[in-house]
Design a protein around this ligand. Structure first.
Ligand SMILES: Cc1cc2nc3c(=O)[nH]c(=O)nc-3n(C[C@H](O)[C@H](O)[C@H](O)COP(=O)(O)OP(=O)(O)OC[C@H]3O[C@@H](n4cnc5c(N)ncnc54)[C@H](O)[C@@H]3O)c2cc1C
Length: 394
């Protein structure tokens, strides 16, 4: 029993069908070889089916899915392969500063050409670049004053950007990057950060290393290099110095879908373990009838339900126009811890088979681990939750 409308159920079924048809058959191959031609095929199918950018408003050519419908679909995609889900979702994240900056001019300039490309054989993608080699958590938490080194300096009728970003999802395959850079004196994060659009064919922009990742391997994570990259004034999103506020807004919106990715992994681990436990016979009966296995499976089921309750609550707040960084961080933290716990238990329940690549369960643990790290590590998310709690009590 759930409280979904028939339209929400339909979208969930649409996502489930896409996951079964297009994602699941490619998941293991893309985990082994992220550069395989299967990635481009999958991206084309996702773009044509409206999976990429589904949350964009209809006037921009998207399906207009609200944040709640979005997490329903995201859970389905991620249950089939979380790396593929990030491969689609990184574009939405990359566009998010353009959508949220409150200025319609860049919206109309940059988004429609991307959306139009999604019906062609060469869908164009986006990426968001905040993290730097020396400032990861500090960048997210706003403690990188003077150490966030990517700088944008006024030059003629525009800005010249220099710096380096790391771990950028889709960075090596994106045609448009939104990049955070300091513009203020003393490189203060809270009032000296700005966000810019940089098309990947801009002179001075290049892709450095593409990292060999432990999990979610279908989506490349790259180093991006900005060497005297000049962009015109119109490529600044919002006002100079509003980058920190924009980054906070993005986090309160984007952590709910990240939590849904973790939920998809947690659910997949539980379902795979349960199916296996029902047919694997040891000690004279299916292992699901051994109490030790039942205790583990019950805990896995509890984690899925509890994670979904938090994810839905956080996403409903976003859909209602009241995004809450506290709720989204709670959902992300709980669901990612649940994903790691469930993937670990699933391997245990499958025994030796769980440890083998072909069964797709060890992949879940490698994939799950990342959900505790990106969008702010779970330590930083917990600090942010407590900051909000202290604010409420002040
Ligand atoms: C595969 C992948 C994809 C990513 N995609 C993107 C992307 O698309 N765009 C983007 O901008 N970034 C991206 N990131 C970056 C991600 O958000 C950062 O990795 C994350 O914020 C952590 O930063 P860090 O790796 O520098 O770790 P650090 O900040 O160096 O943290 C190391 C450890 O110290 C802990 N720690 C840090 N500060 C504190 C503190 N104050 N108190 C207590 N403990 C602390 C952390 O919790 C962690 O355990 C991605 C990362 C990965 C791995």
């Amino acid at each position: 029993m759930n409280d979904l409308t028939s339209e929400q159920e339909e979208i969930r079924q649409w996502a489930r069908d896409f996951a079964r048809r297009s994602i699941a058959p490619r998941a293991l191959a893309l985990d082994k070889d992220p550069e395989s031609p299967a990635r481009d095929e999958l991206l084309r199918e996702a773009a044509h089916a409206g999976v990429i950018g589904a949350s964009l408003p209809e006037f921009l050519g998207g399906a207009g899915h609200d944040a709640f419908t979005g997490v329903l679909a995201t859970e389905e995609f991620a249950a089939a392969c979380s790396g593929c889900t990030v491969l689609f979702g990184a574009t939405t994240l990359g566009i998010s500063p353009i959508l949220l900056c409150g200025d319609p001019a860049p919206l109309m300039q940059f988004v429609p050409p991307l959306v139009e490309s999604w019906q062609t054989d060469a869908p164009r993608l986006a990426a968001l670049a905040a993290t730097e080699p020396d400032t990861g958590s500090d960048f997210i938490f706003g403690h990188a004053d003077g150490r966030a080194k990517t700088r944008a300096v006024r030059d003629g009728n525009g800005y010249r950007i220099n710096g380096r970003k790391v771990f950028i999802s889709n960075g090596s395959i994106a045609s448009l990057v939104t990049v955070f850079a300091t513009t203020g004196p003393g490189a203060s994060m809270r009032d000296g950060m700005s966000c810019f659009v940089v098309p990947s064919d801009t002179p001075g922009f290049s892709v450095g290393s593409v990292f060999d990742k432990m999990g979610q391997r279908a989506c490349p994570a790259a180093e991006l290099v900005f060497e005297d990259v000049w962009v015109p004034q119109e490529y600044l999103l919002g006002q100079e110095g509003t980058g920190w506020a924009l980054n906070r807004m993005i986090m309160s919106v984007s952590r709910a879908p990240v939590a849904a990715i973790a939920l998809g992994i947690a659910r997949s681990a539980y379902e795979k373990a349960l199916e296996y436990a029902e047919v694997r016979v040891q000690g004279g009966k299916p292992i699901v009838r051994h109490q030790a296995m039942q205790l583990m499976l019950a805990d896995m089921a509890i984690r899925v339900e509890a994670a979904r309750a938090l994810v839905w609550k956080a996403a409903r707040a976003v859909a209602a126009g009241e995004p809450s960084l506290k709720l989204s961080s709670m959902a992300k933290t709980y669901a990612s811890d649940a994903a790691v716990a469930n993937a670990t238990d699933a391997i245990q329940i499958l025994g030796g088979y769980g440890y083998m690549h072909e069964y797709g369960v060890e992949k879940l643990l490698r994939d799950a681990k990342l959900t505790q790290i990106y969008e702010g590590t779970n330590q930083i998310n917990r600090f942010e939750i407590m900051e909000a709690v202290s604010d409420e009590r002040a």
